[in-house]
Design a protein around this ligand. Structure first.
Ligand SMILES: [Zn+2]
Length: 294
């Protein structure tokens, strides 16, 4: 199977920029003859009722998907198995650092800024035993790559940093970078369309995929929606959700379609003339009255 996907976190309602990314993911998948899957990334920051409202909004936008949505919270065994596999290959170590310790640690010359400095990589078993009494360990990947290269249909070949990133957080929750890679591989997702704020994490995820025996997907990191001040669109910008916009008399589908320079009355209608090469490559600045609705 070959599939694309949209994977929202049910931490609140989707805003019009999220809905635009979802429509693009649908178009890219359907245009390339792929199935389209919905995955609810609910390992963290779940708000009651948000999942159902998000699915309702995606349907109201005219999107359909193959099979029922899957929830990450119901797939914990898969993440455990992937970590166990990496542990068997000695690719995992415990990290006891606080966020502050990582920020204040001297950065090794060959590490990019912000990368984990490797503090806990070579602790002795005695040191680990002592630190386990202080706080629960996170699990990090013992990475053997400093950078990794991915292919992106908008950004071309993109090479970015790979460090010893977290696989399981200290509170026991599987890290985003692990879960997303395990799920994409398990679900046959070979095309990942998402906001370009995630481009920098794609090399880590693609590298991890290869360690787990999977082929990295083709990436499509699409421009984000910004507010009039050039910041990422957010709820504080006023009427930005499907319901808020509809109540303000806005045709949300038409608004998104216009922002993409497309014409059509339904997702299926857009598909007939969809040409990825013609899409805007700059961020979408959401203009008033949308952002003046506060
Ligand atoms: Zn550490």
């Amino acid at each position: 199977m070959s599939a694309g996907r949209y994977a929202p976190s049910p931490s609140g309602d989707l805003h019009v920029g999220n809905l635009r990314t979802a429509l693009l993911a649908w178009l890219w998948a359907r245009h390339s003859g792929r199935e389209f899957l919905i995955r609810v990334e609910d390992l963290d920051r779940v708000r009651a009722g948000a999942e159902q409202r998000q699915l309702d909004d995606l349907r109201a936008l005219g999107l359909d998907w193959d099979g029922p949505p899957v929830r990450q919270s119901e797939r914990l065994g898969l993440y455990d198995a992937a970590i166990a596999r990496l542990q068997d290959e000695d690719r995992v170590y415990e990290c006891f650092c606080t966020r502050r310790e990582i920020l204040e640690a001297p950065t090794a010359p060959h590490h990019p800024p912000g990368a984990y400095p490797g503090t806990c990589r070579d602790l002795t078993e005695a040191q680990r035993a002592e630190r386990r009494t202080e706080r629960p360990a996170a699990l990090r990947l013992r990475s053997e790559a400093a950078t990794f290269r991915v292919e992106d249909e908008i950004h071309g070949t993109y090479e970015g940093a790979v460090d010893d990133f977290v696989l399981r957080r200290g509170d026991g929750v599987p890290a985003y970078n692990l879960a997303v890679v395990v799920d994409d591989a398990d679900q046959g997702v070979d095309q990942v369309v998402r906001g370009d704020d995630l481009l920098a994490s794609a090399p880590r995820q693609a590298y991890l995929a290869t360690l787990l025996g999977a082929s990295p997907p083709t990436y499509v990191h699409v421009p984000l929606a910004l507010n009039a001040s050039g910041q990422r669109l957010a709820k504080r910008d006023g009427a930005v959700t499907f319901t808020e916009l509809r109540e303000a008399g806005v045709d949300v589908f038409a608004l998104i379609v216009e922002s993409l320079g497309l014409t059509g009355a339904s997702p299926g209608g857009l598909l007939k003339s969809f040409d990825p090469a013609q899409l805007p490559t700059q961020p979408w600045v959401v203009e008033p009255p949308v952002s003046s609705g506060r």
